[in-house]
Design a protein around this ligand. Structure first.
Ligand SMILES: NC(=O)c1ccc[n+]([C@@H]2O[C@H](COP(=O)([O-])OP(=O)(O)OC[C@H]3O[C@@H](n4cnc5c(N)ncnc54)[C@H](O)[C@@H]3O)[C@@H](O)[C@H]2O)c1
Length: 360
């Protein structure tokens, strides 16, 4: 499998104090994972910002954070923190990252990194020039199952990878699509961008460079301008195949990966209880078609968000690599945008030769 790009912003901002002081922009659903991760890792949440006053006050009380802002520019002006989580809608990621870089503040930005590749490029350049860390919150690659699977793949435990299947799907808990995810202006895309960018990141994590995509998208359940169901066929550089399945038309919350190779399989799903990684292989010839040797791994302890936040803090302190760089986040978006273009043109789209969305 081809190696993943390793480029990451070089952090040259002054070493932060311990505990690292952080701020959070956007106090909606996913911000809770950031705050929990920071607190688990011993960082101090010193300021929060949300443009919705009632939400801001509610979270401020819940999290016991007295410094509360309706405008992140004012928060950066007052300063007093080393790092910021940007957990506001995707349209806010770019301007808030630029403001953070200008203030010399390290950035953990939610996925997808930005609404376009050009905006992602500006974010990457701004953070690099400011010497601050830019980490994208594709937390699945930091989770126990994905890390263990990657370790097994790198050790050749399933031979040569032939097929990677990735699924993330849910039903909005039966409550309908949350407002900030309903419009192209706010979210940039439907389930394929929302869930699919995570899976494109995992596809690269497991399978290396993706060479072409062939996608179908549909809006089957909700009255929204974006797709609620999508499937993408992938071809990796070394010839292996893959599928990315995303949906807001599932029942409950589904997440899983299945990686198949010439000498085994790695399977992980949340559908039937806590996530367990199952490694099937044949060390004992003569068993039946259905019966294989199996090793299982379970993963108590910190979940992917906490591990990803911990990695971010280590990168901020200069004690570890950036777990998912701005370039990684950009590549996930590039693959999704290519998939949208493929669906619109009803044909496979090659990503060779530096494909940039909208230019084929
Ligand atoms: N990593 C993951 O698994 C994951 C999961 C869910 C969402 N996300 C991403 O996180 C981001 C937020 O999603 P969410 O589900 O928390 O959305 P949400 O709608 O629950 O929360 C967004 C919050 O941001 C606030 N906000 C909007 N504009 C703002 C601004 N200019 N300044 C400050 N606050 C602003 C809103 O008032 C709201 O409270 C999105 O980019 C989404 O794609 C990532």
């Amino acid at each position: 499998m081809a190696a993943l790009p390793t480029s990451s912003p070089s952090a040259s901002a002054a070493a932060p104090l311990d505990p690292v002081r952080v701020a959070v922009i956007g106090t909606g659903s996913i911000s809770r994972r950031h705050v929990a991760g920071y607190r688990d890792a011993g960082a101090e949440v010193v300021a929060i910002c949300d443009s919705h006053e009632a939400a801001l006050e509610r979270r401020g009380r819940e999290w016991d954070v007295p410094r509360r802002y309706l405008d992140y520019h004012a928060m950066f002006q007052d300063g007093g923190f080393d790092a910021v989580s940007i957990a506001a809608p995707t349209a806010v990621h770019h301007p808030a990252t630029l403001a953070a870089a200008a203030a010399g503040v390290h950035v953990l930005v939610e996925k997808p990194i930005a609404l376009s590749l050009a905006l992602a490029d500006e974010m990457i350049a701004a953070c690099r020039e400011a010497g601050v860390v830019l980490q994208v919150n594709h937390q699945l690659r930091s989770g126990g199952p994905a890390r263990k699977a990657k370790e097994l793949l790198d050790a050749g435990a399933i031979g040569r990878v032939t097929y990677v299947r990735l699924r993330q799907a849910h039903d909005w808990a039966g409550l309908g699509v949350r407002p900030s995810f309903r419009t192209r202006a706010s979210a940039g895309g439907g389930t394929l961008l929302d869930n699919g960018c995570h899976l494109m990141d995992l596809a690269r994590f497991f399978g290396g460079r993706v060479e072409d995509v062939y996608a179908r998208t549909a809006t089957l359940q909700y009255d929204v301008e974006l797709e609620d169901t999508a499937v993408v066929s992938l071809r990796f550089e070394d010839g292996a195949l893959g599928t990315v399945e995303t949906a807001w038309t599932a029942t409950g919350w589904e997440q899983g990966f299945w990686v198949y190779g010439t000498e085994g399989a790695l399977e992980c799903t949340n559908r039937f209880g806590p996530e367990v990684l199952r490694h099937s292989y044949r060390a004992s010839p003569g068993t039946t078609w259905g019966e294989t040797d199996v090793a299982t791994y379970d993963f108590a302890g910190a979940g992917p968000h906490s591990r990803h936040v911990t990695a971010f803090l280590a990168a901020v302190r200069g004690e570890g690599p950036v777990a998912c760089s701005g370039e990684d986040g950009r590549e996930a978006v590039r693959l999704v945008l290519a998939a949208y273009e493929s669906a619109a043109q009803a044909r496979a789209l090659s990503l060779r030769d530096g494909y940039a969305a909208g230019t084929s």
